[in-house]
Design a protein around this ligand. Sequence first.
Ligand code: NAP
Length: 313
Amino acid sequence: MGRRPKLLIVVPSGLAPLWEPWLREGPFDTLVHERDAYRREGIDYVLSFRPPHGFLATLPNLKTVFSLGAGIDAFLADPALPKTVPLVRFVDPQLSTEMAQYVVMHILLQHRSQREFDTAQAEHRWAQRLLARKTSDTRIGILGLGEIGTMAAERLRDLGFAVAGWSRSAKTVAGVESFAGEEGFAPFLARSDYLVCLLPLTDETRGILNAKTFALLPKGAYVINVARGGHLAESELIAALDSGQLSGATLDVFATEPLPPEDPLWAHPKVTVTPHIAAISDPAVAARFVIEGVARAERGERDPYTVDWGRGY
Ligand code: NAP
């Protein structure tokens, strides 16, 4: 019988038991970094979210690294990341569904003026009125038409919104207008009453939600950032909200998490803050994804969700 491969869980201390029970049926032995004794040469696979910088480079026989999240920017931030080892990111329709729910909910809260009805209720005031803007005239722009962005675009399209997406390559998604590349950026922004960021964080997309971008949106546009805090220039967002260029923002992700108590975003009247909860990877589903990934790697096949180092996602 051949040697059983070894998978190492590298997550912040104490969190490994979330995944361990689900990995038991995998075709490998599971070990936990900082808890179990192991030889670094013996590790074949790693499952991780934010590995300590430099750590992965100390495992000489690593075959594949599995990310526990859809975004892999925390791996790319490691200057010693071994790029000869494939990095596979987590893709799960359930996660994409929950992300789409978050986006739909926050757009509907604004579109249906729900916050104002909450205030009216608190004042016992009957504030009946028509929708501020027809749904079919309400233009939504999704930055990033990937796994999650496409699902969000389709759900919003099904609700009757005028939806467009911006990506690196042009897309064909029924009922969703496609804009691509640098030349597509300004026309895409000019027609977006709501701008939703669902891009990966890369050298090209860092800081993309900035004053220049906000100025290209229609006056009074609403911004939702559900991708990464590094996409947003926070002080430029606050300036655009205060000038009225933007009517509001919903933010799930921040440059520093947890968001420090003194951060001005907490108390800004036009900002909704949530604590990076738009979607959280389900450990049972993530473990199944890893088990299938290891089986695929052992067969010598390339995983379809392997990160392309050149693109950075
Ligand atoms: P994905 O499938 O890799 O899609 C990325 C999309 O962005 C693609 O359409 C890609 O274009 C586009 N893109 C990338 N770089 C671009 C550039 N420079 N210019 C134009 N378009 C560009 O990623 P995903 O699975 O949808 O995930 C998106 C992000 O969501 C993740 O990276 C993560 O940061 C975030 N996320 C957040 C949470 C949360 O709880 N808040 C949870 C899960 C994920 P092409 O299609 O042309 O390649």
